[in-house]
Each structure stands twice: as structure tokens, then as C-alpha cells.
Design a protein around this ligand. Structure first.
Ligand SMILES: Cc1cc2nc3c(=O)[nH]c(=O)nc-3n(C[C@H](O)[C@H](O)[C@H](O)COP(=O)(O)OP(=O)(O)OC[C@H]3O[C@@H](n4cnc5c(N)ncnc54)[C@H](O)[C@@H]3O)c2cc1C
Length: 457
């Protein structure tokens, strides 16, 4: 509980304007894009690192749970304050502090939106590769805490690969800095990497130094249709296995293509059993060569139609189709479970077969959407949580999907994280000693356990 005197301590730090505790205001911070909700007792909006430090000093002195929040686009319940307490929302710490292309970094506050970083870099001919589907809404702080990925992470890597350094505030209010502005830095433990993907359980990120890279000279985008879903998946592992690394390779099955077409009417092929959106980038000459090799592999895997975007507008349209999938599915039923399993690329065809079979066995609709080039699949099941019988089948199906991923040497999450959604599945992919080690790290850094309690540690 937050007593009146504790409330006054918080207000003394951020003023009344940046402290919310009315029920109708708190509701907006009780959920993310997952299915579980929990009300915070208060939401606080810091503007500086010093304020974050003071907030945490007050919270730790009264043992109050603290959950950080960026934009709330997490799909695993990570920012849901399951044990209540306060939510520290970073929406007012949204500045780009420095763009330095000579030394290839940008320094940002955690509440800055990913797409705004891209916009700031474009005039300099640079970009920041991690590009989650939520690029237009999610924050860099949330991306770091979830170690977010996205389509072009196939070639460029995920958030952790771009964190040169960071500033964070620990549970007791101490301000720490890890890493530096240097592209190479092996000074001590790579603490920034530990905080990356920690889902706000180790400290609150208040500043980040991100590595940036030059924009490629050319980008080519292909939309490829197949009459057989197995051929679609086989083409993916064949292309990767041939030593070709596209910037992105996104797979959509028939159900997904038709759901998008129903809603957006983009002229997608309704009859295709599967499609691949393939993007390559680099110099014009290298792209030309790579494209030839990709087309060869696609034909060898029975591609029915290969269409190259001939303008930026066509490229944008193809990506709009892909990026609208989540929103389109969300309209099919009261609830949508978009999961996130990853298997080695060679197992993509088998994993897709198993997902489809499991859903069919349980009488459920499933759409398969995948960052297929890195084995990362998002099986999406629209259903109604209010229908207890149907929901039991959904839960059973996901139990089996996670077991299948583990069985194929895969893992529980490629990018969405564990949050509240997948804690119970951890033992499928980690032994008890490994789980205990994470718990000991958590205890060493946050001994009172006030940072995002109730999550995976
Ligand atoms: C349509 C859609 C598409 C998506 N596509 C992708 C995708 O392609 N790839 C992908 O990886 N994810 C994707 N996601 C999931 C989600 O967008 C990402 O996990 C994103 O990184 C969350 O950012 P956020 O700012 O919304 O953070 P939130 O959801 O607010 O929080 C996420 C986690 O970060 C913690 N956190 C937030 N800020 C801080 C901070 N400053 N310090 C410490 N901890 C903090 C929170 O406590 C929480 O644990 C998608 C989600 C949606 C709805």
C-alpha cells in the first residue's frame, strides 16, 4: 500500500502532475498486449535519471514493488505490475541526446520511440537495425529490456548486438554505467548484455548508447508464393544453408495471407499455401548477384510465383501486408495469443508441420507468421478466453507447441521474452541449476526483490 505520507515523498520528487493514482488513470497501465491485467497503486513519470534514483530510494525504503514501463506493447505480460506497487513510466524521458556517425553511435533516453531514432539517423545515411513490428510505438528502454528483434535481425542481429553502453538505476537508487562509446570494449563483465533482456528485473535503464550502421546502397524486396507450405519452409532452410543471408525472410501461411487480404485488400494471392517476403540489401552489384542465387533456390523449391517490388511504394505495400498481420488477427476473435518459439532453421519445416497438426488436433484456427530465416515463429491463435472449454484447448495446444520446440532443439522465445506468459515453461529449456543461477544474480543485484517482482526470477 502507498500511504499518504509515502505519496507525498513521491510527489516531492516529480510534482503532482507526474504522479497518478486515480483508478481510471491507473487502468491504462494495468495491461500490455498479453492477457493478464493487474492494477498498480500509482504511476510515476520521471524526467531525469536523478528523479528515477530518488523514486527508487523511496520505493526500496518502503519495500514497494517497482515495474518499469515503456509503451506497453509487450506481448508476454512483462510490464504488468502483477504485485501492484508503482509503475515507473518512461514516456517523458524520450530525448535523443547525441547522434555521432563518425564514431557510429547514438545516445538516447529510454522512452524514445524506436522509429524516432530511425528518423533522426536517416539524414546522416545511417540506421539502427533492430526493427520490431512495434517499431512505431515501442520504446528503446522496452526494446532493451526485452532484447527485441524484428525482420531484419536475420542479417543484422538483435538489440543486444547494438548496445555499446548504458546507464541504469539499481533498486536502491544507485546510478551505474556499463560499457562505453567504443565499438570495441571488453573491460570487465558485459553488464549491459546482462541487463538486456532482463525485463526490468535488475535495474531501470535511464540512458543507452546504441551502435548505428550505414544505410545500404540498395534494397530489393521479393514476394514469393508457393502451392505447398512444406516447400515454403524448405526454401527458407535451403537459402540459409546455401550461405545466403538476406536482410529479412518472413513467412506467412495461407490462413494469415487470407486474414490480411480480407481486411486490407492488398492483392495478396489467396490460393498460395505459403509466401515468403525476402529482402536483400547491399551494393547494387552484390544485390544483383545475391538475387540470382536466391531465385535459383526458390525455383528449386517449387516457388509458384516470384514477384520483385519495382518501386519503393511497392516495397512499402509488401511490408504493410506483413506488418498488419498482428492487428488483422486481433480482430478475428475477442483474444489473440501470438506466441514466439524459435527452432534451428533446419527444423523450421518440421516445426511448422507440428504447429499446424497440434492446432488441428485441438480444433483451433492457427496462423503461422515467422521470421523464418532465423527460425523464429509466431503461431497466432485467435480465440475467446471467456469460453472456458475453448480456452482449455488453447492452453493445451500451446503446452504442446512449446514441448515441440524444445524437442526440436529450439527455445521458448526468440524476441518477445518470458514475462508472465512463459515462466512455467522455463524447465523445458533450462535445467534447475541454470534457473538457480539467474535467481542468485537477481538476489545479488536486487536483494529486496522489488524490481518487477513475480516475473521469471
Ligand atoms: C504489433 C506488435 C508487434 C511486435 N513485434 C515485435 C517484434 O517484431 N519483435 C520483438 O522483439 N517484439 C515485438 N513485439 C513486442 C514488443 O513490442 C517488444 O517487446 C518491445 O520491445 C516492448 O517495448 P515497450 O516500450 O512497449 O515496452 P513495455 O511493453 O512497456 O515493457 C516491456 C518490458 O520492458 C521493461 N522496461 C520498459 N522500459 C524499461 C526501462 N527503461 N528500464 C528497464 N526496463 C524497462 C518493462 O518493465 C517490461 O518488462 C511486438 C508487439 C506488438 C504489439
Amino acid at each position: 500500500m502507498i500511504t499518504d505520507s509515502i505519496k507525498q515523498e513521491f510527489i516531492a520528487i516529480v510534482t503532482e502532475k507526474r504522479y497518478l493514482d486515480r483508478q481510471e488513470e491507473l487502468t491504462c497501465y494495468a495491461y500490455d498486449a498479453f492477457l493478464v491485467e493487474a492494477m498498480p497503486h500509482a504511476v510515476i513519470f520521471p524526467e531525469t535519471t536523478d528523479e528515477v534514483s530518488q523514486i527508487l530510494k523511496v520505493a526500496s525504503s518502503h519495500n514497494i514493488p517497482v515495474t518499469a514501463r515503456g509503451a506497453g506493447t509487450s506481448v508476454c505480460g512483462a510490464p504488468v505490475p502483477i504485485l501492484h506497487g508503482i509503475v515507473v513510466c518512461f514516456s517523458k524521458m524520450d530525448k535523443i541526446i547525441e547522434v555521432n556517425t563518425r564514431d557510429r553511435y547514438v545516445i538516447v533516453q529510454p522512452g524514445v520511440i524506436n522509429a524516432d531514432v530511425q528518423k533522426a539517423l536517416q539524414p546522416f545515411g545511417f540506421f539502427y537495425p533492430p526493427d520490431p513490428g512495434s517499431i512505431n510505438t515501442s520504446t528503446i528502454g522496452g526494446n532493451i529490456a526485452q532484447n527485441a528483434g524484428g525482420p531484419r535481425c536475420l542479417k543484422y542481429g538483435v538489440t543486444m548486438d547494438y548496445i555499446l553502453g548504458m546507464e541504469a538505476v539499481l533498486a536502491d537508487g544507485k546510478i551505474v554505467q556499463f560499457g562505453s562509446r567504443n565499438v570495441k570494449d571488453v573491460t570487465g563483465y558485459k553488464m549491459a548484455a546482462l541487463f538486456c533482456g532482463s525485463e526490468g528485473t535488475l535495474g531501470l535503464v535511464t540512458q543507452a548508447i546504441l551502435k548505428v550502421v550505414p544505410l545500404p546502397e540498395t534494397t530489393k524486396t521479393l514476394m514469393v508464393n508457393f502451392n505447398d507450405l512444406d516447400d515454403t519452409a524448405n526454401a527458407v532452410s535451403d537459402i540459409i544453408g546455401s550461405g545466403i543471408l538476406p536482410a529479412a525472410m518472413e513467412l506467412m501461411d495461407k490462413f494469415t495471407l487470407n486474414a490480411i487480404e480480407d481486411s486490407a485488400g492488398l492483392g495478396l494471392d489467396r490460393e498460395a499455401a505459403g509466401s515468403l517476403l525476402i529482402e536483400i540489401d547491399g551494393t547494387a552489384e552484390a544485390c544483383e548477384k545475391e538475387m540470382g542465387r536466391i531465385v535459383e533456390r526458390l525455383k528449386a523449391n517449387n516457388a509458384a510465383r516470384i514477384q520483385e517490388a519495382t518501386s519503393q511504394a511497392e516495397q512499402a505495400q509488401i511490408w504493410t501486408a506483413r506488418r498488419s498481420a498482428y492487428g488483422v488477427f486481433a480482430r478475428l476473435a475477442p483474444n489473440l495469443i501470438s506466441e514466439d518459439v524459435t527452432v534451428p532453421v533446419s527444423q523450421v519445416p518440421e516445426m511448422i508441420r507440428r504447429i499446424v497438426k497440434i492446432a488441428k488436433n485441438h480444433g483451433l484456427k492457427v496462423g503461422v507468421l515467422a521470421h523464418a530465416g532465423d527460425g523464429n515463429m509466431h503461431p497466432m491463435i485467435p480465440a475467446d478466453k471467456g469460453n472456458k472449454e475453448e480456452w482449455a484447448r488453447v492452453e493445451q495446444a500451446f503446452d504442446e507447441i512449446f514441448e515441440a520446440a524444445a524437442d526440436l532443439g529450439g527455445t521458448l522465445s526468440g524476441e518477445h521474452g518470458i514475462g508472465l506468459a512463459k515462466v512455467k515453461y522455463l524447465p523445458l529449456v533450462m535445467n534447475q541449476d541454470s534457473i538457480n543461477l539467474m535467481t542468485r544474480i537477481k538476489q545479488a543485484i536486487d536483494p529486496q526483490g522489488i524490481l518487477n517482482p513475480g516475473k521469471f526470477v
